[in-house]
Write a protein that binds this ligand. Structure first.
Ligand SMILES: Cc1cc2nc3c(=O)[nH]c(=O)nc-3n(C[C@H](O)[C@H](O)[C@H](O)COP(=O)(O)O)c2cc1C
Length: 272
């Protein structure tokens, strides 16, 4: 775990070897996304158990506004994958799930009990989406605890209407992320993260040297996990030092999912 965290954050963490649950912490610290899977099925009972663990996650006000869709029908999976041409791992994964934010149940409860629902605003959407993210993360933790590997897929939101139609998502239910799940075919690698000096804040955000911190991270990451190819060289040329920040700046210099808000509104959420 010490090695994993030091590779991840560029810092050595003292670890008390008598701490209970160190194995669990080591699994969390050693997280990596997996996109290559062994040709080995996941038993339906095991998948159901993992879903139960994931749905045991905390939920805002106990509202329980996240669902998991198990996409076992290959025709449906193909319809979703057809919207994402460059991620073959989605078709290869033994299991593909979609985590949804379900904002339909709560107003239905109010209607069932003859109550008004004066909370149809951004917070309602946000609560459901956050719950779905927590359930997703909890599923990944559960899967990794038993040696499975996962890869979340936000690309299912590239063409959300097609995904919504394929899964017959009711009004006020939207896809948050897909998840490939399988037995890893290879060990995979740790992705270094921004230093805790950047992302761990004590009490309040003070003056920051963002450019210096990012530069340090770019350099640390370039020595450990250099990018194999540069994004959109036609537009931006070859950069001499191609780090994480250059890659993310190039990625988000292109418009992405600009119609997602319109889709969410069409699905019945109000985002005011
Ligand atoms: C919400 C979410 C959506 C993601 N979407 C995709 C995706 O569409 N395709 C993909 O290959 N990886 C996707 N990922 C995986 C990230 O690329 C990966 O977590 C990141 O590069 C860090 O690598 P690591 O998970 O191995 O630490 C997603 C991760 C999250 C949390």
């Amino acid at each position: 775990m010490r090695a994993a965290l030091s590779e991840r954050f560029g810092e050595t963490f003292p670890i008390d070897a008598t701490l209970p649950g160190l194995d669990g912490l080591a699994k969390i610290a050693g997280h990596r996304s997996h996109r290559r899977y062994a040709p080995r099925a996941i038993e339906p009972e095991l998948l159901r158990l993992l879903c139960a663990c994931a749905l045991s996650a905390p939920s805002k006000s106990d509202l329980q506004q996240a669902d998991i869709v198990m996409v076992s029908d290959m025709a449906i999976r193909k319809a979703i994958v057809a919207t994402i041409p460059d991620m073959p791992w989605i078709m290869d994964a033994p299991v593909f799930l979609v985590f949804t934010a379900n904002g339909a149940r709560l107003p239905a409860l109010c209607e069932m009990h003859g109550k008004p629902f004066p909370n149809d605003h951004l917070d309602q959407f946000f609560n459901a989406a956050v719950d779905a993210g927590i359930v997703l993360a909890t599923f990944i933790g559960a899967a990794e605890a038993i040696g499975l590997g996962c890869c979340p897929i936000s690309a299912i939101r590239d063409q959300p209407q097609i995904v919504s139609d394929a899964l017959k998502l009711p009004q006020r239910v939207i896809p948050v992320a897909g998840l490939c799940v399988g037995w890893p075919a290879q060990a995979g690698e740790i992705t270094p993260r921004l230093s805790l000096d950047t992302t761990l804040i004590e009490n309040s955000y003070g003056a920051r040297n963002l450019a210096g911190e990012i530069n340090g991270y770019d350099r640390r990451r370039a020595t450990l996990r250099p990018y194999r190819r540069q994004r959109n060289v036609e537009r931006w040329g070859e950069a001499p030092l191609y780090g994480w920040s250059e890659d993310k700046a190039r990625q988000y210099a292109e418009p992405t999912r600009t119609d997602f808000g319109a889709f969410v509104r069409r699905k019945g959420f109000r985002l005011d």
